[in-house]
Write a protein that binds this ligand. Structure first.
Ligand code: ADP
Ligand code: MG
Length: 378
């Protein structure tokens, strides 16, 4: 809870109290990897970690952004809202820009930010700061913007202003999620539904293992996977791989490697739908099986895992997890393990020991309890 911290930092910067405090969380994807750009299904939930924003309007039409975490302050006027500007503050200036592009009037403001979403760990620290500041600007300017439209505006900030070509998953999760639920999101029409994910009530926890391994070739591999999916769609004559209904027939028309990529996407979409059904039925054992099957598919068919995440998943399952999988774009990052509450410490210790034995460094583990989306706190 960083509310006191942002309020104190705001007062130190401006000499007065903020008009309010807003927060928006990081997110993690329970299942449904590399399905988003195939018009498919994803199932993220919001993390307890969030970005907190204290803000108040200014009368001079300028925006001042301070990151307590980076100990940096940047001030901009209207003329300086230029897409493509480098730097962390672009994620925030981009929100102002996106709101104004959409025709909203946005008064100047002082904005102070602190976040406990780790940067660049694949937990979407960028969407957290965008969605928190968007909630702040919407309230300060009395803008009645629907939650899904808020998510779209935050994505516009990241795509068009920062210049990062991301889908809507991160911002939709950060904006729309509610506690003890996952967000079932259809990436074709952005229809969504809250699915119960009350793990603690079921005597379970979602253990997040940040392997702290990140590979520099991720962007190129991501582009290559996307290109394979687009090529497969062309060969198969479907708008997107979401539309493949007969996998065996499709595989008969595809080269071996592209066929395996397609098999991942098609089976992963099916696993998301099955996970939603399992959660609706409170069947966590089935969810665990689907998570582990998802990991195998990412490892063998989509080929986006590597040693550290494979080891974390195998060790967690051996130590008693109901299931485990890598989450996020791939080639490192975080693993999720569905674990009985009383086994959390033992599973975490097993993974840490296995990493030490394999000289993979010390992973960071924490509980991923499904939490609330963007909200005003005071
Ligand atoms: P991810 O969203 O997976 O954490 P990104 O590269 O998309 O990684 O976003 C990380 C960037 O977001 C950081 O490099 C920084 O520019 C910005 N950012 C995130 N959190 C903060 C923060 N607390 N203060 C300042 N900038 C932040
Ligand atoms: Mg991001």
């Amino acid at each position: 809870m960083l509310t006191p911290k942002v309020i104190a930092a705001f007062s130190a910067l401006t000499g007065h109290d903020p008009a309010g405090v807003w927060a928006a969380p990081g997110r993690i994807n329970l299942i449904g990897e590399h399905t988003d750009y195939n018009d498919g299904f994803v199932l993220p939930f919001a993390l307890p970690q969030a970005a907190y924003v204290a803000a108040a309007p200014r009368t001079d039409g300028r925006w001042r952004f301070r990151s307590v975490d980076l100990d940096e302050t940047v001030e901009l006027g209207q003329d300086e809202l230029v897409p493509g500007s480098p730097g962390w503050h672009s994620y925030l200036a981009g929100v102002v820009w996106a709101l104004r592009q959409a025709g909203h009037t946005v008064a100047g403001a002082d904005v102070v930010l602190a976040s406990d979403v780790p940067l660049g760990a694949g937990l979407s620290s960028s969407a957290a700061i965008e969605c928190a500041v968007l909630a702040a600007f919407a309230d300060l300017n009395g803008l009645g913007i629907e939650p899904l439209d808020r998510a779209k505006l935050a994505r516009t900030a990241e795509n068009a202003y920062v210049g990062a070509p991301t889908g809507l998953l991160d911002q939709a999760a950060s904006t729309l999620c509610i506690a003890d639920h996952a967000l079932f999101l259809d990436c074709r029409d952005f229809a969504s539904r809250q699915v119960p994910l009350a793990v603690t009530g079921a005597g379970l926890e979602i253990l997040v293992v940040d392997t702290r391994t990140r590979h520099s070739h991720v962007d190129g591999e991501y582009a290559a996977r996307r290109a394979s999916c687009e090529e497969a769609s062309r060969i198969l004559g479907v708008p997107a791989l979401r539309d493949v209904t007969d996998l065996d027939a499709a595989l008969a028309h595809l080269p071996e490697l592209i066929g395996r990529r397609v098999r991942h996407v098609v089976t992963e979409n099916a696993r998301v739908l099955e996970s939603v059904a399992a959660l609706d039925a409170g069947d966590y054992a089935r969810l665990g099986e689907l998570m582990t099957a998802s990991h195998a598919s990412m490892r063998d068919d989509y080929e986006i895992t590597e040693t550290s995440v494979d080891l974390a998943v195998a060790t967690a399952c051996d130590a008693g997890a109901l299931g485990a999988r890598m989450t996020g774009g791939g080639f490192g990052g975080c693993v999720l393990a569905l674990v009985r509450a009383e086994q959390v410490d033992a599973v975490a210790a097993s993974v840490t020991a296995a990493f030490a034995e394999a000289s993979l460094g010390v992973p960071v583990t924490f509980l991923g309890r499904p939490s609330a989306g963007a909200r005003r706190l005071s």
